[in-house]
Design a protein around this ligand. Structure first.
Ligand code: NAP
Length: 526
């Protein structure tokens, strides 16, 4: 009797999706050089596909780079995402040839495997192969499966030694939890992950939950499915090589999240400290309902090991409300500011909520001006913007005794914030009469990609002013460039960003982060 030994390994597979043999050989070499652990030969991408061509490419893959990586061969049905619509008979010829040529895995659509003659052909080819294994895959490019557990059981009933593979579109990050649950509930070899931006984390967490394979593209242009990360992102940004079942999870909850630099800096600091922790981009779309659902999903699955979160646009108030509704600990300052940017889940499942923006901004301003916080007393400050960041800065500066005037596009918002903290307010048009020693931009104006915009025309800038731009991408905004031209003092948004991230790192780990490493990491990414 043939015995299959279940491994606990997750292979990092790179799809070889080339139109011709030369391109395929190049991709094979690049994938091996980039650190792929498995190659997936997507023969449905090859123009003029023949079984001879498949044999030739399998031989090339075996010889490449002095390394023999496990090989999966597929010729995907175009109804399940295949690139070129090849007939079923040719696709079967390709898979049976692949087994004869020594491929370790063939990947075939479960739907087509249910056709009796097809199934017989595949089974005969498998019985003639010493090591070849069958992945039976089901793709849903639209949405979740109605009942993924039932589908999993039916695949194993039809062919008990198959490796079930489920890939579905996540419309929301909350859709990923069904994939995690199935991985958690089942042992042995199976491949389960989600597509789309909302599904990105499932491709990373797949390793922690011991999915047999996770896929990564050679580069962004080579991605074969929505949301596929590059092998470089997985390895360098998301610490792929160090992920295991014990890895603690952290992340930034935001929408949008793709631009966030938080994963880069926190993962760099975790790596530097030799900690088995991973920081993820958590795209939580929607409002309070979706945020609460995400947190409930996390809290009800202790085995995922989620421990801490940074929270940013648009969820800072939702995080505060969630902590309140769940009788969590809320740092008095966060309660006063009305926004939370850091959440922790303690060992007894209690939520703890903090705001590190306030102190981060005050320290960035004080050190930028070369004074202590006490030196901010009576300083005339103009704050442009009345959103979340403005709120934390207004709270901090008003505690420090500064004289604040808030300018905002939506005047009522400025008025409300000013009333709360006893400040003045004015419309943006009044900036022409600006008379402040410190000007702070708390709007998105000047942020990438709109780098040729500024919230304050150059003619209003004066030599004796100090200018702080909270925007950190780019580090030197047009506002700061023009402030330098009139010899005003400048403070960039990176200082505040690093301060708030360093304070979060301390809350996450109890240890100090290295601010130089944080700055260097960010500079590399900008
Ligand atoms: P937010 O709550 O959405 O507030 C955005 C503010 O910008 C509002 O006052 C809004 O005015 C104003 N605004 C946006 N577009 C504008 C436009 N075209 N013209 C005039 N005003 C405009 O966002 P936030 O959380 O406060 O973040 C604001 C900025 O802070 C971000 O872009 C980011 O660069 C920066 N930030 C920096 C750090 C750091 O650590 N350095 C951390 C977080 C954020 P209305 O009220 O009229 O909509």
């Amino acid at each position: 009797m043939l015995l299959y030994v279940w491994t606990t390994m997750t292979y990092l597979a790179v799809p070889i999706a080339a139109k011709n043999p030369d391109e395929a050989r190049q991709q094979i070499n690049s994938a091996i050089a980039a650190g792929a652990e498995m190659l997936e030969l997507r023969t449905d991408y090859l123009e003029n596909l023949t079984v001879d061509l498949v044999r030739e490419l399998i031989a090339a893959a075996k010889d490449a780079g002095g390394k023999r990586l496990p090989l999966t061969v597929t010729c995907r049905d175009s109804r399940q995402g295949g690139a070129i619509a090849y007939p079923l008979q040719l696709r079967l010829d390709v898979l049976t040839t692949a087994l004869k040529a020594g491929a370790e895995f063939i990947d075939f659509e479960y739907e087509n495997f249910l056709i009796v003659q097809t199934q017989e052909r595949i089974k005969v080819a498998l019985s003639g192969s010493l090591k070849g294994r069958l992945i039976l895959s089901v793709h849903n490019f639209e949405t979740k499966f109605a009942n993924i557990g039932k589908l999993y059981r039916s695949i194993l009933t039809v062919y008990p030694v198959a490796i079930p593979k489920f890939v579905y579109q996540a419309d929301h990050i909350n859709d990923c939890f069904e994939a995690f649950d199935l991985l958690h509930r089942t042992g042995g070899e199976r491949i389960i992950f989600c597509m789309g931006e909302a599904g990105v984390i499932s491709r990373i967490i797949a390793k922690k939950l011991n999915s047999l394979v996770t896929f990564a593209a050679l580069n962004e242009e080579a991605a074969t499915a929505p949301g596929q990360l590059t092998i470089r992102q997985l390895k360098e940004l998301y610490r792929y090589d160090s992920i295991d079942a014990e890895t603690e999870l952290y992340g930034v909850i935001a929408d949008p999240v793709a631009h966030s630099l938080s994963p880069a800096i926190h993962n760099a600091c975790f790596a530097d400290a030799g900690m088995n922790r991973l920081y993820l981009p958590l795209l939580v779309q929607g409002g309070r309902r979706e945020f609460d659902q995400f947190m409930r999903n996390v809290l009800s699955r202790k085995w995922l090991n989620f421990v801490g979160f940074s929270v940013t646009i648009p969820h800072k108030e939702n995080a505060l409300n969630f902590a309140r509704a769940n009788q969590g600990f809320i740092e008095p300052l966060a309660e006063k500011i009305g926004a939370v940017n850091t959440l922790l889940i303690s060992k007894d499942d209690r939520i703890k909520a903090y705001n590190t923006d306030y102190a981060a901004a005050l320290d960035a301003i004080a050190s930028g001006l070369g004074i202590t916080r006490a030196g901010l007393r009576d300083l005339p400050v103009a704050i442009i913007g009345a959103g979340g960041v403005s709120r934390a800065i207004v709270a901090g500066l008003s505690d420090a005794g500064a004289k604040i005037k808030i300018y905002n596009r939506t005047l009522e918002r400025a008025q409300r914030l000013a009333a709360e903290f006893g400040c003045e307010f004015a419309p943006l048009d009044d900036l022409e009469n600006i008379d402040a020693k410190l000007v702070i931009n708390c709007t998105n104006i000047g942020m990438h990609p709109n780098i040729d915009q500024t919230p304050l025309p150059k003619e209003y800038l004066k030599k004796g002013m100090a200018v702080f731009d909270t925007v950190y991408n780019p580090a030197e905004t047009l506002l700061l460039k023009q402030a330098k031209q009139v010899h005003a003092k400048t403070i960039d948004g990176l200082s505040m960003f690093i301060n708030q991230a360093a304070a979060q790192f301390k809350l996450f780990t109890g240890q100090e982060a290295d601010p130089d490493l944080m700055r260097k990491t960010i500079t590399n990414f900008l």
